[in-house]
Design a protein around this ligand. Structure first.
Ligand SMILES: C[S@@+](CC[C@H](N)C(=O)[O-])C[C@H]1O[C@@H](n2cnc3c(N)ncnc32)[C@H](O)[C@@H]1O
Length: 329
């Protein structure tokens, strides 16, 4: 692990390598959004000299100091997305963590659920060890300093599946995606591939949260880890400030310099396979998919092609020349 004494700057992002219990670099009311996931206090190995098994009172005191600083630096209409998960054997910890945030002055606006895996799509840690069900979701508490944080949920909206709803609730073909966010990890680690951090969240999680805040100019992550929040901020052209006591600058630099193409999660594995199979069957007919789609209304044709493209490609229609074949599920 690479441990420098200084701080790190990359693009619009700045990281301070000290505890976020004090954030003297940030003036009061200078941050529009906070997105973070605190240490789990469950024996994770962030660094050899860090104990992730503090006594519950010590852990809550640490969080309390950080959350009070967060409250100081957040603008009055700012929002705070606090991600915490329980493990199968440690139920209820998330609730204790969000109460500490409330005691620090935050109001609870809503509870979102981040689903990591559904019907076999997406990785999760088998925390149940065969005796309990594994926890395959975490909470994202939306907190605020005041009753009306600046949030626009349609900025991460989705089109209606049933188009007859257009005009029923609004004239747009757009509705909010709800408070359950399915965001699988893009990459997982196997027994032979070493993880470079114990507990990162997917960059798409802070990306979605940030997208919901119109006019956000500065985001803070007081427990920056690998810099996922800042990577999302960089991809959206937003300034980010992170604090991390035990940084790995190699990982941080790499993450902050990796562009994130955000293809939304499309379908469930079996359904994806069925769509790809259908595309392959059509492709195998004389004239291929192009011929099969001839005479089809341009709008429907466009929808078919865009779905195949998002899935990673049919033999021809969805895959651009030179693109690799998508991996098998
Ligand atoms: C759950 S991880 C955050 C992971 C991050 N969301 C990501 O995607 O990489 C919590 C991080 O907080 C860091 N940490 C623990 N105590 C801290 C403190 N007092 N100040 C700043 N960082 C701290 C740990 O080293 C760890 O990297």
């Amino acid at each position: 692990m690479n441990l420098p004494p200084g701080d790190l700057e990359s693009g619009l992002q700045r990281l301070y390598f000290h505890s976020s219990e004090r954030m003297p670099e940030l003036p009061a009311a200078s941050v529009d959004v906070i997105i973070t996931s605190p240490p789990y206090n469950r024996g994770k190995h962030y660094h050899p000299s860090y104990s992730d098994r503090l006594l519950p009172e010590e852990y809550e005191r640490l969080l309390s100091r950080v959350f009070r600083e967060c409250h100081r630096v957040l603008r009055p209409r700012g929002s705070f997305f606090l991600n915490v998960g329980d493990s199968a054997r440690d139920q209820g910890k998330s609730e204790r963590v969000v109460r500490v945030a409330e005691e620090a002055g935050f109001q609870r606006v809503q509870t979102l659920v981040w689903v990591k895996s559904i019907l076999g799509k997406g990785h999760y840690t088998p925390s149940g060890r065969g005796r309990n069900f594994s926890n395959i979701f975490e909470y994202v508490y939306l907190l605020a300093r005041g009753p009306s944080p600046r949030i626009d949920v349609l900025r991460v909206g989705i089109p209606y599946a049933d188009k007859s709803n257009i005009g029923r609730y609004s004239a747009q073909d757009l509705r909010d995606a709800g408070n359950v966010w399915f965001i699988p990890y893009r990459e997982t680690t196997g027994p032979r591939r070493k993880k470079r951090h114990e507990a990162p969240f997917p960059v798409e999680l802070p990306w979605r949260a940030l997208r919901c805040v119109p006019g956000a100019r500065r985001v803070l992550d007081p427990f920056a880890g690998t810099g996922s929040t800042l990577a999302a901020a960089e991809s959206l052209g937003i300034e980010g400030v992170g604090y991390e006591r035990f940084p790995d600058t190699t990982v941080l630099r790499e993450r902050l310099q990796t562009p994130y193409p955000f293809a939304p999660t499309v379908l469930l594995p079996e359904l994806e396979r069925a769509v790809r199979l259908l595309a392959r069957l059509l492709e195998a007919r004389p004239g291929g998919l192009e011929t099969a789609l001839q005479g089809v209304r341009p709008q429907v044709r466009g929808e078919v092609q865009s779905l195949l493209e998002r899935l990673g490609g049919s033999p021809t229609a969805g895959r651009r020349a030179g693109q690799p074949r998508p991996p098998k599920d």
